[in-house]
Design a protein around this ligand. Structure first.
Ligand code: PFF
Length: 367
C-alpha cells in the first residue's frame, strides 16, 4: 500500500476560516432567512439557538475529534476507530449525503452568478414585481442558462481544490471570509435605513421590520406546530453547520495537534450563527418595508424574487447593494462547495490511492 502524506492546514486561523467558510453558505443567506420569515420571526430563531447549544456544539467537536484521532477521512475514520462495527456505515452515508447535497447546492450557487451578471448589466431595470417572478421562473426553467452558470461555478471550485489544502483552500478562505463578514454587516445596516410611504400615507421603516424579525410570535402555538418548528430548526442546524456529512471529520484530520478544538468550534459556530442572523437582518426588514408582512413568508423565493424586487427597483444605491449581496451569496456558496468537494475528493484519494489532480478532475466531470 502506497502511503500518502496527509495534508495539513497552515495555521489555526486558516483552519477556523475554512471551517467557517464551509458552514457559512446558502444555508445562512438563503435558507435561514426564508424559514425564519415563514415562521414569522424570532420564535424560530430562539428554538434554533437552543438546538445550537445542545446539539451543534457537541456534534461539531465530536466530528473534529474523530478526524483528529483517526487521521482518516469520513469513510475510513469510523472503521479505524471502531473496527468491525456498523459505525462504518455512518461514515459512508455521510459521504453519500455530501455528494447528494452538492448536486443541488451547486445549481442554486450557479443562480447567484446569474444575479451578479444581471446586476452588472442592469438587466433588472424597469421590471414590475410580477415580472420579477416570471423572469425567475423563465430563468430557472431555461435548459441551458442555469447549466452554464453551474459549469462556471464548478470550474471555479475545481481550480481552487486542485491547488491543495494549504495553497488553494486556505488561501482563498483567508481572503473571502473577512470580506464576506464586512459585507454582511454593511448590508444589514443598509437594510435598516430603508423606508417607504404607502399610498394611504403610512410609513414603513427598516427598524419596524427589525422589530417584526426580533419579536417572537407565540400566538397559535400548538404541540404539533412546536414539534414541526423544532424539526425544521434541527434540519436547518445540521445543514448550516455542515455536520454529519463527514466534512468536519476530514478537516479534523488536517488540524495540528495543539489547536484547542472546543474553542475553535465555539468561534466557528458564533460566526455561522452570526451570519445567519445578520442575513435575516439584511433580508427581512428590506422585504417588510416594501411588501409588508405577507412578503416575509415568500419561502425559497425570498432571496431570488422578493429581495431583488426591493433592491433593484431602488436606483443606483440599491443596484450596488444588490450586486454586493449576490456577490456575498456567491462567495459564501463557493467556500461551502469547495469543502464538500474537497471532502469527497479526499475520501476518493484515500480509497483509490489516486493523486489530487486526477481525482478532482474526475469528480468535477461527474458533476
Ligand atoms: N453549511 C452550508 C450552508 O449553510 O450553506 C451547506 C452545506 C455544505 C451543507 C456542506 C452540507 C455540507 F456538507
Amino acid at each position: 500500500e502506497r502511503k500518502m502524506k496527509r495534508e495539513k492546514f497552515g495555521s489555526r486561523l486558516g483552519f477556523i476560516l475554512i471551517s467557517a467558510g464551509c458552514a457559512i453558505g446558502l444555508g445562512n443567506v438563503w435558507r435561514f432567512p426564508y424559514i425564519t420569515g415563514e415562521y414569522g420571526g424570532a420564535a424560530f430563531v430562539l428554538i434554533y439557538l437552543f438546538f445550537l447549544l445542545v446539539l451543534g456544539l457537541p456534534i461539531m467537536v465530536s466530528e473534529f475529534l474523530i478526524g483528529r484521532h483517526s487521521r482518516a477521512n469520513t469513510a475510513r475514520a469510523y472503521q479505524k476507530l471502531a473496527p468491525g462495527t456498523h459505525w462504518r456505515w455512518v461514515g459512508r452515508m455521510g459521504v453519500l449525503a455530501g455528494f447528494l447535497i452538492l448536486s443541488y447546492y451547486s445549481v442554486v450557487a450557479g443562480w447567484t452568478l446569474e444575479y451578479i451578471f444581471e446586476a452588472l448589466t442592469n438587466g433588472f431595470s424597469g421590471k414590475t414585481p410580477d415580472e420579477f417572478i416570471s423572469s425567475f421562473q423563465t430563468f430557472s426553467s431555461n435548459p441551458w442558462r442555469p447549466a452554464i452558470w453551474l459549469i462556471l461555478f464548478l470550474l471555479g471550485t475545481h481550480f481552487i481544490i486542485v491547488k491543495g489544502v494549504e495553497k488553494g483552500i486556505e488561501r482563498v478562505s483567508k481572503f473571502i471570509m473577512p470580506v464576506l463578514l464586512v459585507m454582511v454587516v454593511g448590508i444589514a445596516i443598509f437594510s435598516l435605513t430603508l423606508k417607504t410611504t404607502l399610498d394611504d400615507g403610512t410609513v414603513r421603516t427598516g427598524l419596524q421590520g427589525l422589530k417584526v424579525y426580533l419579536t417572537p410570535d407565540m400566538s397559535g402555538i400548538t404541540v404539533q406546530k412546536f414539534l414541526q418548528v423544532s424539526l425544521d430548526a434541527m434540519s436547518q442546524l445540521f445543514f448550516s453547520l455542515s455536520v454529519s456529512m463527514g466534512i468536519m471529520i476530514t478537516y479534523g484530520s488536517y488540524v495540528k495537534k495543539d489547536v484547542n478544538l472546543n474553542k475553535a468550534v465555539s468561534q466557528i459556530e458564533i460566526m455561522d450563527t452570526g451570519v445567519a442572523f445578520l442575513a435575516g437582518m439584511m433580508i427581512i426588514p428590506a422585504v417588510f418595508v416594501f411588501s409588508g408582512l405577507d412578503g416575509m413568508s415568500a419561502g425559497p423565493g425570498l432571496m431570488f424574487v422578493s429581495l431583488p424586487n426591493v433592491f433593484f427597483r431602488m436606483g443606483m444605491a440599491g443596484r450596488i447593494v444588490g450586486l454586493l449581496f449576490f456577490l456575498l451569496a456567491g462567495f459564501a456558496a463557493l467556500t461551502s462547495c469547495i469543502s464538500v468537494l474537497e471532502s469527497i475528493a479526499a475520501n476518493c484519494m484515500e480509497l483509490f490511492h489516486t493523486e489530487r489532480k486526477k481525482t478532482t478532475g474526475v469528480l468535477s466531470i461527474i458533476y
